[in-house]
Design a protein around this ligand. Structure first.
Ligand code: PLP
Length: 423
């Protein structure tokens, strides 16, 4: 499509957008009495209007039924995670039994590392991306130390080539091959949170398996953003949060995927809790852990009903919109953003997009390197009612999401950016 840099064109694209009505299902935060231009769904997704009512239902059941809500609530609490399985699975391309919603992201990452990082004298290395999200770095380092090893020796970091901002797939695959016989695990983001680069998860998984290692991904920035096929790619495990693109509220529950080839293997080491125990026998309170089938067998505690209720409301929206349709709009929305930014960049020479231009290597986020006065540009954007995020030393991440952002949002953002850079 040939884009045009004017508001009528942006409005025409909005008028043609088959997903345009979904915006009305969200609260858009106001700034200075007007709707903000919210481009921060990669950090905290907006509130679905149905979220409060979903939580309210659970308040009512608790109020009216007390403990009986576990069995006789509108949505009996005992089985709550099961209500989310199917729609969650659709978002990440999994079989329903391969996913479970529980805990928070970093907790789930640790649980997965307990199962999938079992170093021995030959195989003990982990390959990950340099500059991974700090929580992932801390999780990997502390797991390595927990096994009595040294992070400097056991953790191999993938770095971009000099002068480049993102990783080349060939370099990733070659590093996996090089460390093959010593490699225990490849664990990295599906999308790097800083650059917005999407990694070739299918190729990385295949290479990891050929080397004899397990492969897992942190999908915090991928779930609800790009098309995922975790089952088909044979990814061993994955974890994600639901408060970013999945719009399920600050600190909401998180997702975990365990491929079916592992999820019914009782020999795989795991940390166990009563909620992962065979449901039929759970209340017999007996000794001897027998895991439930599937990813559900990794649950520890009885589910967090309120955040799960909110997440359920959000998943209903995803099921109605469908990931393929969201991705189609997202590609166009982000391509329009790219076109407008490049238009400014040419005249100002101060902007560089470090996210790959290749559609297969990016989701909705573009990361802008602002060479001069980045912080002041960001502050001006904020004052003008644009909500986005700033990452030291000079990156602005811009993430138009297809559920509630419009082409007009993107156009207005670019206009304000142009003015902010001009001074
Ligand atoms: C957002 C994010 C996290 C946050 O972890 P929590 O446990 O949810 O606080 C972790 N890893 C990545 C890659 C993220 O983007």
């Amino acid at each position: 499509m040939i884009f045009e840099n004017n508001i009528d064109f942006a409005r025409r694209l909005d008028a043609q957008d088959t997903l345009k009505d979904f915006r009305n299902q969200f609260y858009i935060p106001p700034v200075n009495g007007k709707e903000s231009i919210y481009l921060c769904g990669n950090s905290l997704g907006l509130q679905p209007k149905t979220a409060r009512q979903a939580a309210e239902q659970e308040f009512l059941d608790w109020q009216n039924l007390g403990v009986e809500g576990h069995f006789h609530g509108t949505n009996p609490w005992l089985h709550y995670h099961e209500y989310l399985e199917e729609k969650e699975a659709r978002v990440v391309g999994a079989q329903p039994a391969e996913v479970v919603v529980m805990n928070n992201l970093t907790t789930n990452l640790h649980l997965m590392l307990v199962s999938f990082y079992q170093p021995n004298t030959e195989r003990y290395k982990i390959i990950t991306e340099a500059g991974a999200f700090p929580s992932d770095q801390y999780a990997l380092e502390s797991q390595v130390r927990f096994h009595g090893l040294y992070p400097d020796v056991a953790i191999i970091e993938l770095t971009p080539r000099p002068g480049e901002h993102t990783l080349r797939t060939d370099d990733i695959l070659q590093t996996i091959q090089e460390h093959g016989p010593e490699l225990a695990l490849v664990m990295m983001g599906g999308i790097n949170y800083y650059t917005g680069q999407v990694f070739d998860m299918a190729a990385i998984t295949k290479a990891g398996h050929e080397a004899g290692a397990y492969v897992g991904f942190d999908l915090a920035h991928a779930a609800g953003n790009i098309l995922l096929h975790l089952h088909e790619w044979e990814v061993d495990f994955a974890v994600w949060c639901t408060y970013k693109y999945l719009n399920s509220g600050p600190g909401g529950v998180a997702g975990t995927f365990v491929h079916e080839k592992h999820s019914n293997n009782p020999k795989l080491p795991r940390f166990a809790g009563w909620w992962g125990h065979n449901k039929e026998e759970r209340f017999q309170m007996r000794k001897g852990f027998k895991p439930m089938a599937g990813a559900a067998g990794w649950q520890l505690s009885n589910g967090s009903i309120f955040p799960m209720a909110i997440h359920k409301a959000s998943l209903d929206i995803f099921a109605a919109a469908t990931m393929p349709a969201l991705r189609r709009k997202s590609e166009q929305l982000t391509a329009y953003l790219e076109y407008l930014i490049n238009d400014i960049g040419v005249s100002e020479d101060n902007l560089e997009i470090i996210t790959p231009a290749d559609l297969a290597q990016r989701g909705c986020q573009l990361s802008l390197l602002v060479h001069q006065n980045g912080r002041s540009v960001f502050d001006k954007l904020t004052q003008a009612g644009v909500i986005l995020d700033w990452r030291e030393p000079n990156v602005i991440r811009v993430a138009p999401t297809p559920l509630y952002n419009t082409f007009e949002d993107v156009f207005c953002f670019a206009e304000i950016l142009r003015e902010s850079i001009a001074g």
